[in-house]
Design a protein around this ligand. Structure first.
Ligand code: URA
Length: 196
């Protein structure tokens, strides 16, 4: 059984000194870490995730739950994580703290830890949500618009299925149908693909 607590301690020890005096919260992955069928990888935690210290519990989490219902699988049976484990923020014009996309530097900083996490969890398949995890694992030229809905081999040899990010469906309603078709394609091919 993978020692995820030791992994989390290692992350804390590396990242804590990078932001002295700042109350940055690291949101770690959760779920089955003993070679589950799926490791789902998102971008970075948002506000709700940081408050609850759990990945995908805010708005994007709701969409994720729909995705899992469509797949007919329980959230507890998979492992869910993010590339970047802190909430990337910026200050809006009204002074409010907003989410922003993770920067290249943040992604590069967290990538070795993501690779270690994948090694520990040893999922049968990785499902990426959006461009950030897809590029992190397949290289900068990979684009979800081209690669979604199909199986690929990641740079580390993992089987990888690319999906749009659930938040993209909130902003681009025309993607909903595409997303649902992709999720059903994943459901129908998962067993065959993970047994190859
Ligand atoms: N979006 C992500 O990519 N990850 C989360 O944990 C929440 C929202």
């Amino acid at each position: 059984m993978a020692d995820m607590k030791a992994f989390e301690r290692e992350c804390e020890a590396f990242f804590r000194p990078l932001w002295p005096g700042e109350d940055k919260i690291l949101v770690f992955g959760e779920g089955r870490s003993d070679s589950p069928d799926i490791m789902l990888i998102g971008e970075a935690p948002g506000e709700q995730e940081t408050l609850k210290r759990r990945p995908f519990v805010g708005k994007a989490g709701k969409n994720l739950d729909e995705f899992l219902a469509l797949m007919g699988i329980e959230r507890e049976s998979i492992y869910v994580s993010n590339v970047v484990k802190i909430r990337p923020t910026s200050i809006g014009s009204t002074g409010r703290v907003r989410n922003r996309a993770p920067s290249k530097e943040e992604i590069a900083l967290f990538l070795p830890f993501l690779m270690k996490e994948i090694g520990l969890v040893a999922p049968k398949a990785i499902v990426t949500l959006g461009n950030v995890p897809l590029k992190a694992l397949m290289g900068p030229k990979a684009a979800v618009g081209e690669l979604h809905g199909r199986w690929h081999t990641a740079g580390n040899g993992s089987k990888l299925f690319a999906l749009y990010h659930p938040a993209a469906i909130i902003y681009r309603r025309e993607l909903r149908q595409v997303y649902e078709r992709d999720v059903l394609a994943l459901r129908d091919s998962l067993t065959i693909e993970t047994q190859k």
